[in-house]
Design a protein. Structure first.
Length: 526
């Protein structure tokens, strides 16, 4: 039974799903070193934001197939390293969207009315009504930085509260911003005009210290800043200074550059600062959502099925996957076949998408072709996660062409591999939506399904040659399941494709190539 390590607190709903297929060990509060020391036993790791999955952890995870992040941000996982090692990293892109958005909105209202400070003062025996006079959000300007899933919900609720909306997001169209009632502006203008600035961007080099001494200096003295996205997006020292000097009116933070928050000057500030311990996703609903979402994906991957929300398999979202699955199978099979026919070191792979297939997202189809191409050499070490990297490292030049006009079958896929031992091409189609047929080998027309063991010959089309191959195989006790010949002209060159029941015994291939009329022979296992 596979083993799953759960190293952060995860809702029971997720643990129940994992337990259906795996032994589940829950060990929380591990340091990266402690995690690295035990991870080698595990097939899967499930985390929240509390676990740091470093390079060392991934290197130690010799059996790891999947890392599941029960949440959105995967900045606590060394994703490039996981990708190199072929480990799928999955998250729950939407499970906690509402929770995080509501936390940001709660922060905005709590800041405006000094809720946290007023609560503390009443509990301390005071009754200071005047000290806690607040401001209304109605008719104020809310600036949303990052108009993705969470930012959009914040914008929607902000609009319902009667706020004017500005948004800054370089990757969002003005039509999308219009739909949300936001005026799309640059960051400078947003910071100058907004009464509330709410950050909803991912953590990446471009967003590191997006809010810093300079950007804080252009904000209104009455402005309030909210960060429920990621620590590091705000320069916390610069923020503490800006708050002390009254450059802005207040700030509410849920996330920090270092978590847990250490000895920060922000902790010294009182009524105009609210600090929560990364609680954005901490609602009962969100925790059930993310735990279920990610546990299902871990279960599926352990059962050999694809994951819905893999962050390191480009273009392979659930809905794409459902539509493309038969094409991916086709592409992988043809990649495997052409890779074995080419043998040696492959220098380039050309993939031609013809007919209907050319109308689909080609990226996953290309990845499947590369996975197939490399699978004979790398076996299970290559997968959808690392196929592109492995191909790049081997210097394989990949070319994609599309021809939507071709109208044979429902579309076909042609792969051509060029390598140190020559050039080969194969074409395949799907019959009835999911049955693979190889329809062309080196431009010789055939029509055969792929089978586990196959033998291909290139020969002169002349009487007796098929019989000789049949007898030769028979003398080596090889049973032929099916046989087909493809030729372009009578008595010219031809290919013979045989499905055989067992792998070809050692030495027989060279015997086949000695048969008069045989130019070449290849054995393939798919
Ligand atoms: N506090 C929490 O507990 C909590 C919970 C959930 C999510 N989050 C974090 O909230 C953030 C937003 O999550 P989401 O689900 O909305 O993500 P998302 O991917 O849907 O949205 C992010 C948006 O940021 C935009 N963006 C990227 N670079 C930008 C830049 N340089 N400037 C401005 N905009 C930029 C993107 O175009 C995108 O629209 C993430 O950092 C996520 O990790 C925090
Ligand atoms: O695990 C958590 O509680 C935080 C999750 C949140 O930061 C996220 O990115 O989804």
């Amino acid at each position: 039974m596979p083993k799953v390590l759960v190293s952060d607190s995860i809702d029971q709903a997720g643990l129940d799903i994992l337990s259906q297929v795996a032994q589940v060990d829950v060990k929380t509060g591990l340091s990266p070193d402690e995690l690295a020391a035990i991870i080698s036993d595990y097939d899967a790791l499930m985390i929240r934001s509390g676990t740091r999955v470093t390079k060392a952890v991934i290197e130690a995870g010799k059996q790891l197939k999947i890392i599941g992040r029960a949440g959105v941000g995967v900045d606590n996982v060394d994703v490039p390293m996981a990708t190199r090692r072929g480990i799928v990293v999955v998250n729950s892109p939407e499970g906690n969207t509402i929770a995080a958005a509501e936390h940001a909105l709660a922060m905005m209202l709590a800041l405006s009315r000094h809720i946290a400070a007023a609560d503390q003062s009443v509990k301390a025996g005071q009754w200071n009504r005047k000290q806690f006079t607040g401001v209304e959000v109605y008719k104020k300007t809310l600036g949303v930085v990052g108009l993705g899933k969470i930012g959009s919900h914040v914008a929607n609720v902000g609009r319902a509260l009667g706020m004017n909306l500005l948004a800054y997001d370089p990757f969002i169209s003005s039509e999308r911003a219009d739909q949300l009632g936001c005026r799309l502006v640059d960051l400078d203008l947003l910071l100058r005009e907004a009464d509330y600035v709410s950050l909803h961007v991912p953590k990446m080099p471009e967003t590191m210290h997006l809010i810093n001494e300079q950007t804080l200096a252009i904000m209104k003295p009455t402005a309030r800043l909210i960060n429920c996205s990621r620590g590091g997006v705000i320069d916390e020292i610069a923020l503490a200074n800006a708050l002390k000097q009254g450059q802005i009116a207040g700030a509410a933070l849920d996330v920090y550059e270092e978590e847990p928050l250490g000895n920060s000057p922000l902790k010294q500030l009182d009524k105009n600062v609210i600090l929560t311990p990364h609680l954005g996703a901490s609602t009962e609903e969100a925790q059930v959502n993310v735990a279920t979402d990610v546990a299902e994906q871990i279960r599926d991957v352990l059962l050999g099925l694809p994951a819905r929300s893999a962050v390191n398999i480009p273009g392979l979202r659930a809905e794409v996957l459902d539509k493309l699955r038969p094409y991916l199978q086709l592409s992988e099979t043809l990649g495997n076949l052409v890779g074995q026919l080419a043998g040696g070191r492959v220098e380039s792979l050309s993939v031609r998408l013809q007919g209907d297939i050319a109308n689909h997202d080609s990226q996953p189809i290309m990845i499947a072709a590369l996975k197939g191409l490399l699978s004979h050499a790398l076996q299970e070490r290559v997968n959808y996660v690392n196929a592109s990297i492995e191909a790049k490292e081997r210097g394989i030049h990949v070319v994609e062409t599309r021809d939507a006009a071709v109208k044979d079958y429902t579309g076909s896929l042609q792969l051509m591999a060029k390598g140190s031992l020559g050039e080969h091409s194969v074409t395949g189609v799907l019959l009835g939506g999911d049955e693979i047929r190889i329809t062309d080998i080196d431009e010789f027309p055939i029509n055969v399904p792929p089978t586990r063991y196959m033998l291909f010959t290139l020969h002169r089309d002349m009487p007796g040659i098929i019989g000789k191959i049949g007898s030769l195989l028979g003398s080596f006790n090889v049973n032929i399941a099916s046989m087909q010949v493809g030729r372009k002209i009578v008595r010219g060159d031809a290919v013979m494709v045989l499905s055989i029941d067992d792998p070809l015994p050692e030495g027989i291939l060279s015997e086949i190539t000695k048969v008069p009329g045989i130019r070449d022979a290849y054995t393939v296992s798919l």
